[in-house]
Ligand binder design. Structure first.
Ligand code: DON
Length: 579
């Protein structure tokens, strides 16, 4: 059956490509040839009447939309998408990692699901330090010691148990079995990303893996993942136990133990996703709902919005040096606080209430000088008394329930470890802990005791899945990957919509900038700002550096008329679907 499907897919692709090639040749338009003969269908922006899904892969978006059309709600769609991305978007989609979900029911009830990875029982504070207490390079990022205990499968099971409308687990897992078994066409971007990691995949894995083939990947090649299909079959039949116990647990423990990893059967059995109180704040009359610790996202977003609320950004001008300076100075202060005060609140007393106070954030901005950049050395975390790939998807269903979910294995293809026998990639999320106070992690973030490694503790995240409501109705569903830049990308997208009145697509595609306290630089996407703006920022005392793209934002915006704008970031293969 598998081979028959494969042959048909290949024949289909060849026939379609030839047809489009002939058509385009006839019309003689070079650009048509490039666009039309793609064996996949990416839609960047669309307006729908009933429901919308935006994710990093068009097949996952389509599956989510299909689930809603078959009577599922946003949670059912989220589960099916999470699993479909584990097949079609292995650079970040996963069952070997974790994530966070913000849910808003049609009646305005909020919930937050933490399915972040946690540190194994044998993990300890100094596990990435050598005898001289220096951080051993790469060890928290690459290979078998870099993995936290995966949370995604338990997270999806908990979401299903509490909120599924379809109540048909099998219907949510089956599409991923089909995709893994029958294959899908890789995009040009995926072929490039896989080829880039070919060498490191071969270094880390001594058995054949689905992500490396004999020759290099090309656009349109079919990726088959038979071992992953078997893993999904077990998850479909046994739910949580199909992953955390039995064959798959054995495969994980064998893979890790025989290569210096430390995750045990007990670690897997004891892992539990947690329902938490979301972080809720107000910005200009909009209700902002986002993720609490162990993500820093919700608190930092609240702090950023609170820091700029006293200013009329619209009057200052979109992307004017004044607005960028203001937002960057807020970011500098908030990231300084993050480095000291944020960590897993089940292990460390995070001063959430203080950090969320309007007065506190106004006070933090009291030394803001519109004419001069601060210096990060002078901006320290306040003294209070008490990585590169991830993926996000946004959903609104036809009843008005919404899901904002960000999930990750940390950097692209995580630890690069593919579990032999089970066919999925394990995360390298342990790098999100602070291996040593003050030593930057992959994303240049520094941390302290609040985010030190402890058994069972969750590493601090920047993931910021967010839902914005107005007048008791969902207004915006938004989130993005991008490591430390996640918070500032969500911040800018919300400001683009609320302060500058942009539509979903403009707010999403608009270029981005970022400051994270240390390093003390404004990072700006290449070709984002005119030279004159950069010179103005430099005159204020900022160091400005250009960099590649920041984030892949997935935005849903519900207009006052009730129509739904869905926008997928042009920076990736991200695609919308809906009806
Ligand atoms: O949880 C975090 O903050 C990081 N592990 C996210 C990594 C990420 O976004 C990589 N993507 N570009």
């Amino acid at each position: 059956m598998k081979n028959v499907f494969r042959i048909f897919s290949v024949i289909g692709f060849v026939v379609a490509s030839t047809f489009f090639f002939v058509m385009c040749k006839t019309s003689g338009k070079e650009s048509d040839i490039k666009i039309s003969n793609k064996p996949y269908n990416i839609i960047k922006s669309e307006t729908y009447n009933s429901a919308a899904v935006v994710s990093a892969h068009y097949l996952a978006s389509t599956i989510g939309k299909d689930i809603i059309q078959k009577g599922g709600n946003a949670i059912d769609a989220a589960i099916a998408i999470q699993f479909a991305l584990a097949v079609t978007y292995p650079i970040a989609g996963n069952i070997g990692g974790g994530g966070f979900m913000i849910y808003r029911s049609k009646d305005g009830l909020y919930d937050a699901l933490d399915f972040r990875e946690s540190a194994p029982a044998l993990a300890h504070k100094d596990m990435y330090l050598d005898a001289e207490k220096n951080v051993i390079p790469q060890i928290s990022l690459l290979g078998h010691l870099a993995c936290g205990i995966p949370g995604s499968v338990d997270g999806m099971v908990k979401a299903f148990d509490k909120y599924s409308k379809l109540k048909d687990w099998k219907a949510l897992v089956q599409p991923s079995i089909d995709l893994a078994e029958n294959g899908f066409n890789v995009t040009a971007g995926q072929a490039k990303a896989l080829n880039k990691r070919r060498k490191v995949f071969l270094e880390v894995n001594d058995k054949p893996i689905a992500f490396v083939k004999e020759d290099l990947w090309k656009e349109g090649d079919i990726m088959l993942q038979p071992e992953l299909a078997k893993t999904f079959q077990l998850i479909m039949e046994k739910g949580r136990a199909g992953f955390y116990e039995g064959d798959v647990a054995d495969y994980i423990v064998n893979e890790l133990k025989s290569n210096g990893g430390i995750i045990s059967h007990d670690d897997l059995k004891n892992y539990s996703a947690i329902w938490r109180e979301p972080i809720v704040s107000d910005y200009r009359g909009y209700e902002i709902v986002s993720m609490p610790p162990p993500s820093s996202g919700g608190i930092a977003l609240t702090q950023l919005l609170g820091s700029i609320e006293g200013y009329d950004l619209k009057a200052m001008g979109f992307r004017s040096p004044e607005v960028i300076h203001l937002m960057v100075e807020a970011e500098r202060r908030v990231y300084a606080d993050r480095s000291k005060h944020l960590g897993d609140s089940d292990f460390y007393n995070v001063p959430i209430d203080v950090l969320m106070q309007d007065e506190y954030n106004k006070e933090r901005m009291s030394d803001f000088n519109p004419m001069k950049a601060s210096n990060s050395e002078d901006v320290q975390a306040s003294n209070l008394q008490e990585s590169e790939e991830t993926t996000h998807f946004s959903i609104i269903d036809d009843e008005g329930n919404a899901v904002s979910l960000t999930t990750t294995i940390n950097t692209g293809y995580g630890s690069k470890v593919v579990v032999d026998g089970a066919g999925f990639i394990l995360n390298n999320e342990m790098d999100d802990f602070s291996s040593k106070p003050g030593v930057p992690n992959y994303f240049g973030l520094v941390g302290n005791e609040a985010n030190a490694i402890e058994p069972g503790k969750r590493m601090l995240s920047s993931m910021t899945p967010t839902i914005v409501a107005k007048d008791d109705k969902v207004k915006i569903v938004v989130g993005t990957p991008g490591g430390s830049t996640i918070i500032t990308s969500v911040f800018q997208t919300i400001v683009n919509i609320i302060d500058f009145g942009m539509n979903a697509n403009d707010a999403t595609q608009s270029c981005r900038f970022h400051h994270q306290w240390l390093p003390d630089k404004i990072q700006i996407e290449n070709d984002c700002l005119p030279k004159s703006t950069i010179v103005s920022l430099q005159k204020l005392g900022h160091e400005v550096i250009s960099r590649g793209s920041i984030g892949k934002v997935e935005t849903i915006l519900i207009n006052d008329t009730g129509t739904i704008e869905a926008a997928a970031d042009f920076r990736g293969d991200d695609s919308v679907s809906g009806f």
